[in-house]
Design a protein. Structure first.
Length: 200
C-alpha cells in the first residue's frame, strides 16, 4: 500500500490546482454568493472538537440561514434530539465549514469560517416560526466562500429523481440493530406524525 504522508508528496501526486479553483474564492459574501445561499433550504454543518469531527444536516422550508451582512451568517438551531454534538464542538473550537445545496443545481457552495453559539432572547425571537423559537442561533463569521465544481453531483446524478431508498435499512431498523426487541416498523410508520409538531 502506497501511503502519502507529506504535503510535498501530495502536491507532486496531484499537480498544480486549476487556477480558476483559486480565483473563485471570496473572503466575504458577494451579492452572487449571498443570493445562492439564500436559495438553499439544505446545508451540512461541519465542526471539529476534542473527540473528532462532526457533520450535521440542517434544513428548513425556506432559506436555511439568514445573512446579516457580508461576513455574518445566522443559522437557527431548531428542535432536535439534544445530542448537541455540533454545538459542543463550536463552544470548544470555533472552526466551522458549511456546504449549501440547492435542488437541481450541480454546484455546491462552501463556506469556511468561525462559529459561535448565541442565545440572545431578541435574536431567538426574531426567528420565531409556528409559535416556536430555536434553542440557540449559530453565528458563522465568513473567512472564505466558494463554489464546488459540479462533477460530484453529475457523477452521482443526485437530482435525477431516482429513489434508491428501498435498498437501505430504515431508521427503525438501524435502531433495532442496537436495541434488541425494538419495534422498527412501528417507529418507521409513526415517525412522520411524531415529527410534524416538532419540526420547529
Amino acid at each position: 500500500m502506497t501511503k502519502i504522508t507529506t504535503i510535498e508528496e501530495l502536491e507532486t501526486h496531484y499537480g498544480a490546482a486549476v487556477p480558476r479553483s483559486l480565483t473563485k474564492v471570496a473572503d466575504h459574501l458577494t451579492p452572487a454568493y449571498a443570493r445562492w445561499i439564500m436559495a438553499s433550504r439544505f446545508m451540512v454543518l461541519s465542526t471539529v472538537g476534542p473527540e473528532g469531527t462532526d457533520a450535521s444536516p440542517r434544513g428548513d422550508d425556506g432559506s436555511v440561514v439568514r445573512i446579516d451582512g457580508p461576513s455574518r451568517i445566522l443559522l437557527p438551531d431548531w428542535m432536535g434530539n439534544n445530542r448537541i454534538d455540533s454545538l459542543r464542538n463550536i463552544v470548544r473550537d470555533p472552526r466551522v465549514s458549511v456546504m449549501f445545496m440547492v435542488p437541481g443545481s450541480g454546484n455546491v457552495v462552501r463556506v469556511n469560517g468561525q462559529g459561535a453559539v448565541l442565545a440572545d432572547a431578541d435574536l431567538l425571537a426574531s426567528f420565531e416560526k409556528a409559535g416556536k423559537q430555536p434553542r440557540t442561533v449559530i453565528e458563522i463569521t465568513v473567512d472564505e466562500v466558494y463554489f464546488q465544481c459540479a462533477k460530484a453531483l453529475i457523477r452521482s446524478e443526485l437530482w435525477a429523481g431516482r429513489d434508491d431508498s428501498a435498498m437501505i435499512p430504515t431508521a427503525g431498523e438501524l435502531i433495532q440493530e442496537a436495541e434488541a426487541g425494538f419495534d422498527a416498523k412501528g417507529y418507521d410508520d409513526g415517525y412522520a406524525e411524531y415529527a410534524r409538531p416538532r419540526l420547529w
